[in-house]
Design a protein around this ligand. Structure first.
Ligand code: CAA
Length: 296
């Protein structure tokens, strides 16, 4: 199987990153959004990121024009009919995703690969919404997509081996490093990362150290690029809470149970960097300060 054309569903943070990487790797990409406003915003974000690469000298301006020439935004689902792989990166709600998969089922080519970038929805729950579960995989990119090297490639009990190997090969062609995993909650990264993040919150609640000192410890003591609280704000507290609940629901182990503080912050609407408030206050995004009530 050869992948010649790529379709991306959703032009938010993850979808726009995936579309950018695919276009930069030489693939014509069709990106579907629900309306023109969201589409223009997502395409504008790609344009800004590519501009930055030109300014830094890591991309020539004719390469920028070539990348942009390969990106086609649309609000019409029929425009995905020629794509060889469809990568879904829409809202993390199984009903929304499956509504999209059901609509696409009669539009996309019979031998197209259907792939989801979900971090938390079961791939198996989505594949059953299509008439071709054997052509369904997960391809989970990390945030920020243009920078992070890893992509988890997820196989279900129904995935055809040739489809799976084609997806692995495609990820390599995007210049990323694939890892193989199965359809269990959290896959590899979140299975290991989420309990670590939850433990940092519990350590703070128990008075082990301040937010700054726990972050500093993991950065300077373990060489992590971000401490756990800055990373929680970066990933999103709502996303972390959601994934923790899914992990807890499956494994029933206390290490996956979301701490009360996390729940209260999610309920308060403090979802991290994207809402301006999380464990840190992002009033000045370049100089985040620990939230007043969390200072020790
Ligand atoms: N998009 C594109 N490029 C970005 C970017 C973004 N959002 N953020 C930073 N960059 C680029 C910068 O332009 C810069 O590029 P150059 O080196 O070419 O100049 C480079 O990344 C480094 O950026 P900065 O110097 O501004 O900052 P930094 O050194 O702290 O790096 C970072 C930023 C790459 C995000 C780094 O802090 C990091 O790796 N953090 C950890 C991120 C992480 O763990 N991601 C996975 C989250 S888990 C997940 O995604 C799975 C899930 O399901 C929840």
């Amino acid at each position: 199987m050869e992948i010649r054309e790529v379709g991306v569903l959703g032009c938010g943070l993850m979808g726009s990153g995936i579309a950018q990487v695919a276009a930069a790797s030489g693939y014509p990409v069709t990106i579907l959004e629900v309306n023109k406003e969201l589409l223009d915003r997502g395409l504008g974000n790609i344009s800004q990121r590519v501009d930055k690469l030109v300014q830094k000298g890591s991309l020539k301006s004719d390469e920028k024009a070539a990348i942009q020439g390969r990106l086609h935004g649309t609000t019409k689902i029929e425009d995905l009919k020629n794509c060889d792989i469809i990568i879904e990166a829409i809202i993390e709600k199984v009903e929304e995703k499956n509504r999209m998969w059901r609509s696409l089922d009669s539009i996309v080519k019979k031998d197209a690969i259907l792939a989801s970038n979900t971090s938390s929805v079961s791939i198996t729950d989505m594949m059953v919404a299509t008439s071709r579960p054997e052509r369904f995989v997960g391809v989970h990119f990390m945030n920020p997509v243009p920078i992070m090297q890893l992509v988890e490639v997820i196989k279900t009990i129904a995935t055809d081996q040739t489809v799976y190997e084609t997806a692995i090969d495609f990820v390599k062609k995007l210049g990323k490093q694939p890892v193989r995993t199965s359809d269990r909650p959290g896959f590899i990264v979140n299975r290991v990362l989420v309990p670590y993040l939850l433990d940092a919150i519990r350590a703070f609640e128990e008075g082990v150290g301040s937010i700054e000192d726990i972050d500093k410890s993991m950065k300077l003591g373990c060489g992590h690029p971000m401490g756990p609280f800055i990373l929680l704000d970066f990933v999103g507290l709502d996303t972390t809470y959601y994934i923790a609940n899914i992990l807890f629901d499956e494994f029933k182990e206390p290490r996956f149970a979301p701490p009360g503080l996390l729940k209260r912050m999610v309920v308060a609407g403090w979802h991290g960097r994207k809402t301006g408030k999380g464990f840190y206050d992002y009033a000045d995004p370049n100089n985040p300060k620990v939230m007043e009530h969390l200072k020790r």
